[in-house]
Design a protein around this ligand. Structure first.
Ligand SMILES: [Zn+2]
Length: 512
């Protein structure tokens, strides 16, 4: 046998417990076929001592939204309302003026509809959380809520988006490409798009076409909004009341593009103070449901019965109670031991919820970089008793719970090494310790963004470790995260990203 490619001179950190390290890897047909092999190869690339990890997996991200946020006016660096308005006035506009990156917590005061009226009509400024927006007064008029100050969250925001949407597929496709290229630069080889179709972040009823338009540089898995479920008229013996048309469900597709979990949003988020809590925020309020709980429960039960993996967005502990109750009920009605349901975010977990997460086999899909970016704010709105329960690590691993790493970009930084550093260090960007008891080792954190995320996406047979038989996807780094000091982990450069045995990102010119 002649290999297509042999990577030599690397320090391969395989994350495969049976074979933790290697210095060369043989690739044939886009897959890893051997470690430390003498087989001849058509091409040999010397990695010059670089550290090589399995390609990272971002188990929850938003490619289209991240791409769009990177090209519409961004107000995230503004510190006053006057600066926001300056950015908006300078921006090009179509029928709508859309902007991204609004964060009321960093401005001198909240932005209002009246402020936006001075810029023009049909102004839509998306909150960084994705769960809210501020709009101009004419938009409030279109919605029939003229008395509002312009800040609209959750279902009210969805109503605004219904006015703006759909986007053309060509635009969505270029946004997806921009988002995928961001991933590639950061060593991410598989991105799980956290919701296509209806719901908070859908862009068009035919948006899946945007992912099929042209080959993408990374692998993509699409979670489908539970609002897409339809009565399908299946045979009673199938026990399927609602499904996607044709019975399409989790697992369909290829190594490049596949259907992932069924996504349902149960609550909001911490940034917008809409994550559903059992005890109020220190600033008041207990958050809110995304929809009528009876409607959400029915969707999850039907999705489970139709064979879907569920991805239940639940950030506050009250939302997590809801997710636990419904998954337990679903499993009682239709036992599916391998269902591998996920809790997206799983942000505030009370101590009494941990064992239930473990016994139901649920996978928390966490975003550690939230606490790096927003930890000071989250700790304050939770108060000292609850702050250590945020975005846990150690407590999950101790119970044998598989933890999947992710970013939720553009809500937070998409760089996996940023999330990995936080999981180890548990400090916000200002240095505030948040839940130090939840710290994990570097290897455990690396596993969350490789093996754990692969498990959450159902692709552990082909991704997540450097193991013969798996896909030849690698992140080539200029340092070993296990050996540098913890604050250097997020500064390690990605020298190359290899997908399917090809150098898709190669600023160092290894493949030249
Ligand atoms: Zn998300």
């Amino acid at each position: 046998m002649i290999l297509d490619l042999k990577l030599t001179g690397g320090r391969f950190v395989t994350l495969d417990p049976d074979r933790p390290s290697a210095s060369s890897v043989g690739v044939w047909g886009g897959r890893i076929v051997a470690l430390d092999t003498d087989l001849p190869a058509r091409r040999v690339v010397d990695l010059g001592g670089a550290t090589v990890l399995p390609g990272f997996i971002d188990a929850h991200t938003h490619l289209a939204w991240a791409g769009r946020a990177s090209r519409v006016p961004d107000v995230s660096r503004c510190r006053t309302v006057a600066e926001v308005l300056e950015v908006l006035r300078a921006a090009p506009r179509g029928t709508w003026l859309e902007a991204a990156g609004y964060d009321h917590r960093v401005l001198d005061r909240p932005l209002t509809a009246r402020d936006l009226d001075s810029v023009g009509s049909r102004v839509y400024v998306q909150d960084v959380s994705g769960h809210a927006c501020v709009v101009s007064s004419d938009v409030l008029g279109l919605l029939g809520v003229p008395s509002s100050d312009g800040f609209l969250a959750e279902s009210a925001q969805t109503a605004v988006r219904a006015l703006i949407l759909p986007y053309p597929v060509a635009d969505i496709a270029s946004d997806v490409r921009l988002g995928a290229e961001q991933c590639l630069r950061e060593g991410v080889v598989l991105a799980a798009e956290a919701g296509v179709g209806a719901g908070l972040i859908g862009s068009s009823p035919i948006e899946v076409a945007a992912y099929q338009r042209e080959p993408l540089p990374i692998r993509v898995q699409l979670m489908v909004s539970a609002m897409e479920l339809r009565e399908v008229g299946a045979h009673p013996a199938d026990g399927v009341r609602r499904a996607l048309p044709l019975g399409i469900r989790t697992g369909l597709g290829s190594d490049w593009l596949s259907i992932g979990a069924l996504k349902l949003w149960t609550d909001g988020g911490m940034i917008a103070r809409t994550a559903a809590l059992t005890q109020p925020y220190t600033v008041g309020g207990v958050g809110q449901w995304q929809d009528d709980p009876a409607v959400m429960r029915a969707a999850l039960l039907d999705g489970h019965a139709a064979g879907w993996q569920l991805a239940v967005h639940a950030i506050g502990d009250r939302a997590i109670d809801f997710a636990l109750d419904v998954v337990e009920e679903a499993q009682r009605l239709v036992p599916r031991p391998g269902a591998r349901h996920r809790i997206e975010h799983c942000g505030l977990v009370r101590p009494d919820q941990l064992d239930r997460i473990a016994s139901l086999g649920l996978i928390p899909v966490v975003q550690p970089a939230f606490l790096w970016a927003y930890g000071d704010d989250y700790a304050e709105i939770m108060g000292p008793e609850r702050a250590p329960w945020l975005y846990r690590g150690r407590s999950f691993l101790e119970r044998g719970i598989v933890v999947a790493g992710s970013s939720d970009r553009p809500v937070a930084d998409g760089n996996p090494l940023r999330g990995i550093r936080f999981m180890v260090e548990r400090r916000s960007r200002t240095g505030l310790a948040v839940g130090s008891g939840e710290a994990v080792s570097v290897t455990e954190a690396l596993a969350a963004y490789t093996r754990g995320a692969a498990h959450a996406c159902g692709v552990e047979g082909v991704l997540g470790s450097i193991t013969p038989g798996k896909l030849a996807d690698f992140a080539v780094l200029d340092g070993d995260p296990r050996e540098v000091s913890v604050e250097r982990i997020s500064e390690i450069a990605v020298l190359a990203t290899v997908v399917g045995g090809e150098f898709r990102h190669d600023p160092a010119g290894f493949a030249d």
